[in-house]
Write a protein that binds this ligand. Structure first.
Ligand code: NAD
Length: 498
């Protein structure tokens, strides 16, 4: 049986037992230990077991990786290949990702606790698709000629930036890396990728697959390590042209500071969220409840655009709370290797503790509808029940702060104006959803909601074709779509008199 969507629990367990891990820094086309010789444990949060000891990259390793990326960029081994040649390599990479979906899915699931079936049916195929999409786009983007007239030819050319530093989080390890790498590489840049310390394994394997696909050595370097040393060193490196980051708002602000304190590199941030989901009485309430549950419980709620605030019209409040409680009951966490599990474990115990602290504050400031407990499975207590609060005050911590866990707060509104005011009453602006059959209302709300994406009659709509990113403190710049190339290129004017 070869379709990973059909693998049984036993199939996944057998594959997990047979896995080997890439655990060194990938620099200049070779796997090498950290200069310090130090390593850190990569732990499976769903069992507490150490998977492997990973090279603990630091400033010296980042420097070696940046020098390798710079050499590769300057000698043109990738940057001066034609877009069509780069496309061929990246299409081979997409094919290799597809051929290795079970392995890549397992690496992410074991590293950070998500259900392996989701990783095998959403994350890993998504990574292949995003590489393919950006590869196919790159030889279809034309430069411009300005309408100067006279004996002048003014060309506006799009050129790669040089060395890109990419720092990514642990919630979708393979895909968050892909969202940066695919447009950066397609454009001809070299990259130093620092995966999150909680989830370095798929990025290292991806780097190996890229070499196998024919990406020249040094074009993609992967340095596993911690934020305070490897991440900071990349952010402050004087020879990095652009730093792209996905992660928390607090760390995003640090990267702006690092750039100002070093070489004024460009910084593009995709950061946190506290996304509202507005339900009006004329909506298909069953569908709305199904998708609202998906929007907060998928990936254990560890999703930047998770619909963590459900805003419900007061006339349907009680029936929606009942519907949501039913959906929550069906989304209990389970062994991530069991394809029947709808949620896995939190990324680690520390994060589980933080989510439980939010739940404790919610108990004091709102009515607990369901969940709220930690669950112990396979000797690990990093699992948390799907949790819903109602009667939540607007200033409650669970309404204002990003929890990054399976915790939903439900509030009620009287009319459209109040719904908009409540929805926009946040420092974030990543995503928003609206459920209504009234097209005028949908369009008017799409105008008024401050969010990078407004989904109507669905949640969290995204595709390779459409930009993804935030407003306000959810960041700026956009991943995905043709607009993603803007981050990885500069416009150069070449003016010829004849
Ligand atoms: P995080 O900010 O703690 O870490 C993200 C990355 O930054 C990691 O690689 C980490 O090692 C590094 N880092 C941490 N401290 C650093 C420092 N002092 N200097 C330099 N680098 C540092 O975030 P996380 O906990 O890994 O991920 C969760 C966050 O990511 C949430 O806030 C979530 O909303 C956000 N996120 C946003 C998007 C988006 O597209 N907007 C997507 C996914 C996740």
């Amino acid at each position: 049986m070869s379709d990973p969507a059909l693998f049984s629990h036993a199939d996944w367990q057998a594959r997990a037992a047979a896995l080997t891990f890439r655990n060194l820094c990938l620099i200049d086309g070779a796997f090498v230990p950290a200069a310090s010789g130090k390593r850190f444990a990569s732990v499976n949060p769903a069992t507490g077991q150490v998977l492997t000891e990973v090279a603990h990259g630091g400033a010296e390793d980042i420097d070696r990786a940046v020098r390798s990326a710079r050499n590769a960029f300057d000698d043109g081994r990738w940057s001066r290949q034609t877009p069509g040649q780069r496309k061929e390599v990246m299409l081979r990479l997409a094919a290799l990702i597809r051929a290795n979906i079970p392995e890549l899915a397992l690496l992410d699931s074991l590293d950070m606790g998500k259900p392996v079936k989701d990783a095998a049916t959403v994350d890993a195929p998504g990574s292949a698709h995003f590489f393919q999409w950006h590869a196919e786009a790159i030889d279809k983007i034309y430069d411009e000629i300005a309408p100067t007239g006279g004996r002048d030819l003014a060309m506006i050319r799009r050129v790669p930036l040089g060395v890109i530093g990419a720092v990514v989080p642990w919630n979708f390890p393979l895909d968050m890396a892909t969202w940066k790498l695919a447009p950066a590489l397609a454009m001809g840049n070299s990259v130093v990728l620092k995966p999150a310390e909680q989830s370095p394994l798929s990025a290292l394997r991806l780097g190996e697959l890229a070499l196998e696909a024919g990406l020249p050595p040094g074009v993609l370097n992967v340095v596993p390590g911690f934020g305070e040393d490897a991440g900071r060193a990349l952010g402050r490196h004087p020879d990095v042209d652009c730093l792209v980051f996905t992660g928390s708002t607090a760390v995003g602000k640090l990267f702006q500071r690092y750039a100002g304190e070093s070489n004024m590199k460009q910084v593009w941030l995709e950061t946190g969220g506290k996304s509202p989901n507005l339900i009006f009485p004329d909506a298909d309430l069953d569908k709305a409840a199904d998708m609202a549950a998906f929007g907060i419980f998928f990936n254990q709620g560890e999703v930047c655009s998770a619909n963590s605030r459900l805003l419900v019209h007061e006339s349907i409040a009680e029936e929606m709370i009942d519907r949501m409680a039913t959906r929550a009951a069906a989304a209990q966490p389970g062994d991530p290797l069991d394809p029947a599990s709808r949620m896995g474990s939190m990324v680690d115990h520390r994060h589980a503790d933080q989510v439980m602290n939010f739940i404790a504050s919610g108990r004091a400031q709102a009515r607990l509808v369901c969940g709220g407990e930690r669950v112990t499975l396979n000797g690990s207590d990093a699992f948390i029940q799907p949790t819903i609060f109602a009667d939540t005050a607007p200033d409650a911590r669970i309404v204002r702060e990003e929890i990054f866990g399976p915790v939903l707060s439900i509030q009620t509104f009287k009319d459209e104006d109040q719904a908009v005011t409540m929805a926009n009453d946040t420092v974030y602006g990543l995503a928003a959803s609206v459920w209504t059959r009234d097209i005028s209302r949908a369009l008017s709300l799409a105008d008024r909601l401050n969010a990078g994406t407004v989904s109507v009659n669905t949640v969290d709509a995204l595709s390779a074709m459409t930009p993804f990113g935030g407003m306000k403190q959810s960041g700026f710049g956009r991943d995905l779509s043709l607009h993603s190339f803007d981050k990885y290129s500069a416009l150069k004017t070449v003016w010829i008199k004849y």
